[in-house]
Design a protein around this ligand. Structure first.
Ligand SMILES: Cc1ncc(COP(=O)(O)O)c(C=O)c1O
Length: 422
């Protein structure tokens, strides 16, 4: 069953472009949200509006001032959304580019020597950056091995590895392969209890669409997201950086303002679409409870999103009435297990004996878009230790419905019926 009432779910779906139709392939159910969430219609409109404006920022004219105001507003909206009153936000080319920039600057400005720590749980964005910059700065890179069974990594795992001279630490907030999130506050506390001055850089790309982010609670130095995975659009990444890292030496224009992280002319439209995301979430929070308190609205939206997504993934795994859930399909194996309280809107599984590509192709033909993850440089860190060559990834967002999940289950049941053993 959906957490949202049918009317509210319809209203929510109405806010997004291409909810049930792909402009290339026609009607489809969209379960590829971890590859890129649906885009808000307001974002589409805002993007085209700002794409048409020729003016640059920092000029003495009305258009330029309006653009600067839009950027300022977006930064203040982001502070509310991501729960922080400190640090600063800036845009970059992508989530990957921003994570590289944060890790590179952290590694270059931390005291010489010591080590850098990251986990096998992470996406290559942080892992590649941390390994590269550990080598460049002549430090040892030490791996925190994640837990295969639960599909995540814990504060205890980090505690066993961190040393008093750990300079830079990377953490993945939620995995796009296992779908499981970590307790970021606890991991950061564990790191700081051993190495209080370590610079902590967090990849929030997969986590962002699925629950509230509270940067001030985490005591970290960098957090990056990819707005196209949070109802905005492709073309930019969005990062937060702590005052501490800003005060350390970091890349910037010669003789420019020392606190600046923005390099070059900014796309005002990208900032403006971030404000659209915040406005949408406020609208959703207001549907849950009428209040003038912005933080409350955003918190309520995050809770409602989590509740809807949990009901969808539980339905997917357990099934309903006479529709078999994933757990009852023959030969099925689910990463992170059937019951995992830290699951964030994503289930990856395989059916032993059936190549995952065949399942994804079958679902595609039946109008259901999912994705195959292979043991390559993106997902090998999760799949290789399990001894898996691939898996099917079904990633949902709060605008998906239980009806769509039931269609997925019926299609998977049909797939099994077609297998030679049946
Ligand atoms: C957890 C995680 N980190 C980083 C990235 C890279 O983001 P981008 O495509 O914006 O570079 C992804 C993309 O899938 C991701 O899932």
């Amino acid at each position: 069953m959906d957490h949202f009432t049918p009317d509210l779910l319809n209203e929510i779906r109405e806010q997004f472009a291409f909810v049930d139709k792909c402009p290339f392939s026609g009607e489809r159910i969209f379960f590829e949200n971890a590859g890129g969430a649906l885009t808000l219609k307001s974002v589409v409109e805002t993007s085209s509006k700002f794409a048409a404006i020729p003016d640059n920022q920092g000029r003495s004219n009305a258009a330029s001032k309006a653009l600067m105001d839009v950027i300022q507003k977006a930064k203040s909206d982001a502070a509310s959304l991501f729960g922080t009153t400190k640090g600063q936000f800036f845009v970059g080319e992508s989530g990957t580019e921003l994570l590289f920039r944060l890790v590179r600057n952290a590694a270059s400005s931390a005291d010489m020597g010591g080590n850098m720590v990251g986990s096998s749980f992470e996406h290559p964005a942080t892992r590649s950056a941390a390994k590269y910059w550990a080598a460049e700065t002549k430090r040892q890179y030490i791996n925190v091995q994640h837990d295969d069974t639960l599909g995540h990594v814990t504060a205890d795992h980090y505690s066993n590895i961190i040393t008093p001279d750990t300079r830079v630490v990377t953490i993945l907030h939620a995995s796009p392969v296992t779908g499981i999130s970590v307790d970021l506050k606890k991991i950061s506390e564990a790191v700081r209890s051993i190495s209080p001055e370590a610079l902590i850089i967090v990849d929030g790309v997969q986590y962002a669409a699925h629950g509230g982010i509270k940067i001030d609670d985490y005591d970290i130095d960098g957090y990056a997201i990819s707005p196209y995975k949070m109802y905005s659009r492709h073309g930019y990444g969005f990062a937060w950086v702590s005052d501490r890292l800003t005060q350390m030496q970091h890349e910037q224009l010669l003789d420019g303002p020392s606190e600046n992280w923005e390099l070059g002319t900014r796309d005002t439209g990208s900032y403006a679409t971030l404000s659209d995301v915040v406005e949408y979430l406020e609208w959703l929070g207001e549907k849950v409870e009428s209040t003038n308190n912005r933080t409350k609205k955003l918190t309520n939206a995050a809770k409602a999103i989590a509740a809807q997504e949990t009901s969808l993934t539980e339905l997917m795994i357990n099934g309903e009435d006479n529709i078999k859930g994933l757990k009852d399909l023959e030969g099925i194996q689910i990463i992170g297990g059937e019951k995992n309280p830290n699951r964030k809107g994503l289930v990856s599984f395989r059916i032993v004996g059936s190549p995952s590509q065949e399942i994804v192709d079958f679902l595609n033909v039946n109008g259901i878009r999912t994705h195959v993850r292979k043991a390559d440089h993106y997902s090998g860190n999760i799949l290789n230790p399990l001894g898996w060559e691939d898996c099917v990834r079904v990633s949902v967002c709060h605008y998906n419905s239980s009806e769509e999940i039931k269609s997925l289950l019926l299609a998977l049941n049909e797939f099994q019926m077609k297998l030679p053993t049946n």
